[in-house]
Design a protein around this ligand. Structure first.
Ligand code: SF4
Length: 313
C-alpha cells in the first residue's frame, strides 16, 4: 500500500474501534519517552519541537530498509554481497524523496570529520554483522514492517510497527526487532524488552495467541537477546501501559512535565530549552495530548525520515 493510500490516524482509530471512544493511543517509543523523561515526551509529542539530525539514526533507518527489502528477494540471493549492493540505491531513494538529507554531512565535511563514505562503510559493517547472527536464506518471514494495533479493555489503543514476524509450522509466533546499536547491560535489559512485550501484548490481543519468542537483534555488537513471554508477563505489561497512560493524562491535565536528568540527556535534542540544563522551555502549548499522538501513518522508515526532514528545514 502506498503512503497516500494509507488511512489517516483518525480513520485508523474510528475504523478500528468502530464508534467506541478511545482514551488515547500510544506506541512503544512514546511510552519509552515518557518513562525516560516526561519533559522529553512533552517536547516531542505535545510541542512537537524540531529535532536535530542524527546520522546514527538515519543509518539505522537505512539498514532497516535494506533488511526489509532483502527478504523480498529469492532466498538464494539474500547474501551479504547483495545486501551491501542494496545500500546505495536505498540511500538514493531516500535522497530522491528529499535532497535535504544530504545536508546531514555538511558539518562533518566542514570540520574535516569522517563524511558520507565513512558513514556508508559503517552501514556495511552493521549489515555484514547481521549475517553472523542469522542466515536469511533459511528464513521466510510471515510479515515485515507490520503495522499492528489493539484496543485494550481500558479503551487505550496500542500501536506500532513490528520489524519482523516469523511463524513456525506449528503456528508459534516469533517477533524480531533489529537494533543498530549494542545490547544494553543487564540493568537496562528490562527497558529494552518492554518494547517487545508491548508488541507481544498487541499481537496477543489481535490474534489470540501469545508469541512464543521475542528477539532483539543487536547489530552494533552482534548479539541476540531472546525472551519467552507468558500470560502473566503480558498482563503485567498491560497494567503498566494503562498506568503509564494515566500518568501522561495527569501530566497533561495539570500541564506539568517534569525533566528527568539522566544519561539519556546526552542524546536529547532539547537540552538548550531544558530547565535541568539551565534552559527555558517554551510556554506549554494549548494543544493537549491527543488520541492520535505520534501516529504511525506510513511505513516506519518513511515516517521517521519525513519527520526529521520537515523539522530540519
Ligand atoms: S535534556 Fe534530559 S532532562 Fe531535559 S528534556 Fe532532554 S532528556 Fe529530559
Amino acid at each position: 500500500m502506498s503512503v497516500e493510500q494509507q488511512a489517516s490516524p483518525a480513520e485508523r482509530v474510528s475504523r478500528r474501534v468502530d464508534g467506541v471512544d478511545v482514551l488515547g493511543a500510544i506506541s512503544p517509543s512514546r511510552a519509552a519517552d515518557f518513562m525516560t523523561c516526561p519533559l522529553l515526551f512533552r517536547f516531542r509529542t505535545v510541542d512537537r519541537l524540531p529535532e536535530t539530525f542524527s546520522v546514527d539514526a538515519v543509518r539505522g533507518t537505512l539498514v532497516h530498509k535494506v533488511l526489509e527489502d532483502l527478504y523480498s528477494l529469492p532466498a538464494a540471493d539474500r547474501t551479504p554481497e547483495t545486501a551491501r549492493a542494496m545500500l546505495v540505491p536505498t540511500w538514493e531513494a531516500f535522497v530522491a524523496d528529499d535532497p535535504t538529507l544530504l545536508h546531514m554531512f555538511d558539518a562533518a565535511e566542514a570540520a574535516h570529520e569522517p563524511g558520507f563514505l565513512e558513514w556508508l562503510r559503517s552501514a556495511e559493517v552493521v549489515l555484514d554483522r547481521y549475517f553472523t547472527l542469522e542466515d536469511p536464506r533459511r528464513l521466510e518471514p510471515a510479515e515485515r514492517e507490520l503495522y499492528v494495533e489493539a484496543l485494550l479493555e481500558s479503551k487505550l489503543l496500542l500501536r506500532g510497527f513490528v520489524d519482523r514476524i516469523d511463524v513456525a509450522p506449528d503456528g508459534a509466533i516469533r517477533i524480531s526487532d533489529y537494533k543498530t546499536g549494542s545490547a544494553p547491560g543487564v540493568d537496562h535489559e528490562a527497558k529494552a524488552l518492554f518494547q517487545m512485550k508491548f508488541y507481544a501484548l498487541v499481537i496477543w490481543r489481535m490474534r489470540g495467541v501469545i508469541p512464543r519468542q521475542l528477539q532483539l537483534i543487536y547489530l552494533g555488537n552482534g548479539e541476540i537477546v531472546r525472551y519467552e513471554p507468558d500470560e502473566d508477563d503480558l498482563l503485567a505489561t498491560e497494567r503498566k501501559v494503562n498506568a503509564l497512560w494515566e500518568a501522561i493524562r495527569l501530566a497533561d491535565e495539570v500541564r506539568e512535565w517534569q525533566p528527568n536528568r539522566s544519561r539519556a540527556c546526552d542524546w536529547c535534542s532539547f537540552k538548550t530549552v531544558c530547565p535541568a540544563w539551565g534552559g527555558t522551555p517554551p510556554p506549554v502549548p494549548d494543544k493537549r495530548v491527543r488520541p492520535d499522538a505520534a501516529p504511525p501513518t506510513a511505513p516506519r522508515w518513511f515516517g521517521r525520515l519525513r519527520r526529521w526532514w520537515r523539522r530540519s528545514r
